[in-house]
Design a protein around this ligand. Structure first.
Ligand code: CDP
Ligand code: MG
Length: 136
């Protein structure tokens, strides 16, 4: 493994629940450094583009609606094996299937409203970091 960068998003439900700090603490306590972060509200166009891979999926329109429903916090995390480490800290997409002690198991309400996004591969991490932080 080597030092990687990955994109994290605290989704609208995470911001609404006032747990940005709790989520950041998990990154920091597990060797992931926040090297860029900002709060913003995604436009419909941004959310559609970001989740373009899911365009044909039945949940796509709801996902775009949810991701634009309030502010999000997008961050770049850096550390040893950051892509996989972040995915492990997040837990499975469906909080009911997520391992105990993961962000989604501890805080998320449903498969749709699951508090966090994390890049799923190094290749996608590079694309997603560039999407929100073109200068990083
Ligand atoms: O976020 P993750 O990579 O774990 O899951 P994904 O399969 O890439 O799906 C992206 C997002 O779409 C999920 O995090 C959910 O918010 C949403 N989703 C959904 O609403 N219903 C599903 N059956 C699958 C995903
Ligand atoms: Mg995904």
């Amino acid at each position: 493994m080597s030092i990687e960068r990955t994109l994290s998003i605290v989704k609208p439900d995470g911001v609404q629940k006032n747990i940005i700090g709790k989520i950041f603490t998990r990154f920091e306590d597990n060797g992931l450094k926040i090297v860029g972060t900002k709060m913003l509200t995604l436009s419909k166009e941004q959310a559609q583009k970001f989740y373009e891979v899911h365009k044909e999926r039945p949940f796509y329109d709801d996902l775009v609606e949810y991701m634009t429903s309030g502010p999000v916090v997008v961050s770049v995390l850096e550390g040893e094996g950051a892509v996989l480490k972040n995915r492990q800290l997040m837990g499975a997409t469906d909080p009911k299937e997520a391992e105990k002690g993961t962000i989604r198991a501890d805080f998320a309400d449903s498969k749709a409203r699951n508090c966090v996004h994390g890049s799923d591969s190094l290749e996608n991490a590079k694309i997603e970091v560039k999407f929100f932080f073109p200068n990083l």
